[in-house]
Design a protein around this ligand. Structure first.
Ligand code: PLP
Length: 394
């Protein structure tokens, strides 16, 4: 099929819920993707911050082939090796004692919300409220929409599940003021991704941790976008210098194969007893085999270091463009989660980049977001900057 045919068929039969660019991709390799008409693009979006290892990484392809030949799916009423090994690895490399595996970010956050509520219940009840931040994004299920403090995400879906209160991001006093006797947890993104790559002050999460300790609240970190090496360490909480109680992951965990995870430390983890939660496909053997390969490859190929180096190169290049083009107001981010805030809508720049062969996206209307695969090379970064420079100039 041609791009035009794929687009027309999609527009005819799918719900028009996504604001899509006219791009129909059929193949990818590393940081490059090809559309149905054979045109090549440099992918600095990683298909919504998902393809951490780039496209068609040999380790991912091998894991899929091997696992597909053995067994694709094992019921959660039985045991399966990739699931056991993935949980072991996630615990070994994090603060956590227990892992719940699921299929998406929203599901991981639903699990975190349910675990916090169950913990509150087990502690004697009465505490179930979760504080989240204005401008946050936690998913599209009803509970995660309620957790997402954005009018545009919630509009039309009321009544939403109750039990969520909101406070300004990067403002500990506002968070403290929102605490009530019913509060059980604070849920935050270490960097607000969809909200416009908003990086809080360096000591924000440490102060939130202290606040949580003082009020006996759980600290839930949504690392669905920041986790799996995206900010230069496996988890962003490592750089913030805090130990959370619950962390959620998805996106880069499967580098393109759908998988999510909710990690928790004792004693809160102990509240998920037999029968408390579950998922048919959660911890699927194929998805777990791939996530294991992703974790192995992050280490084997030194991708955390590459993420830090390429992130610094990209930020330096963007800072140079900022000096040349006053429309760029601020360059911010960590590792390869980088935003350039413009003084006007970023949509035109995104369109011109796409026309010139570079895929980036725009969040919060005015922020260009750069999230290339963690395997990105210096030559890729320089090429992307050159395309962006021409798009800004025209
Ligand atoms: N949390 C954060 C921080 C996200 O960025 C996203 C997706 O963009 C989600 C949750 C929801 O993940 P999913 O779309 O896999 O449900």
């Amino acid at each position: 099929m041609t791009s035009a045919e794929i687009i027309s068929l999609s527009d005819r039969y799918l719900f028009p819920i996504y604001a899509r660019a006219p791009l129909a991709l059929v193949r990818g390799e590393g940081t490059r993707v090809w559309d149905a008409d054979g045109r090549c693009y440099l992918d600095f979006f990683s298909s919504t911050v998902v393809t951490a290892l780039g496209h068609a990484h040999p380790a991912v392809v091998h894991a899929i082939e091997e696992q597909a030949r053995r067994i694709l799916h094992v019921s959660n009423l039985h045991y399966c090796e990739p699931q056991a090994r993935l949980a072991e690895q996630l615990v070994a490399h994090s603060f956590a004692d227990r892992v719940f595996l699921c299929n998406s970010g929203a599901e991981a956050n639903e699990a975190a919300i349910k675990l916090a509520r169950k913990y509150g219940h087990d502690q004697g009840g009465g505490r179930y409220e979760i504080l989240t931040a204005l401008g946050s994004f936690h998913g599209r299920t009803l509970a995660t929409v309620a957790a997402t403090a954005q009018e545009k995400v919630q509009a039309g879906f009321q009544p939403l599940p109750e039990g969520f209160r909101y406070a300004a991001f990067d403002d500990v006093a506002a968070l403290e003021a929102a605490i009530t006797p019913r509060t059980i947890a604070v849920m935050l993104e270490p960097i607000q991704g969809e909200g416009g790559v908003v990086v809080p002050r360096a000591d924000y999460l440490r102060q939130v941790r202290r606040l949580c300790d003082r009020h006996q609240l759980l600290l839930i970190l949504d690392e669905i976008q920041t986790g799996m090496g995206r900010t230069g360490t496996l988890f962003a909480y490592e750089q913030a210098g805090v130990t959370p109680d619950i962390v959620t992951l998805a996106k880069g965990l499967g580098s393109g194969v759908p998988i999510g995870a909710m990690l928790a430390a004792d004693p809160v983890a102990a509240s998920f007893v037999t029968g408390a939660h579950g998922s048919t496909f959660g911890g699927n053997a194929l998805a777990c085999a791939v996530a294991l390969a992703v974790l192995d490859t992050l280490r084997a190929e030194g991708l955390l270091a590459n993420c830090q180096q390429m992130g610094a190169r990209l930020r330096a290049g963007l800072a140079r463009l900022q000096r040349k083009f006053p429309v760029i107001q601020e360059v911010r981010g960590q590792g390869l989660l980088i935003g350039a805030a413009l003084s006007e809508s970023a949509a035109g720049v995104v369109e011109r980049c796409l026309a010139a062969g570079l895929i980036i996206n725009c969040t919060a209307q005015r922020v260009l977001r750069f999230t290339p695969p963690l395997t990105v090379s210096a030559a890729d970064v320089d090429e992307a900057l050159a395309i962006l420079e021409r798009a800004l100039a025209s």
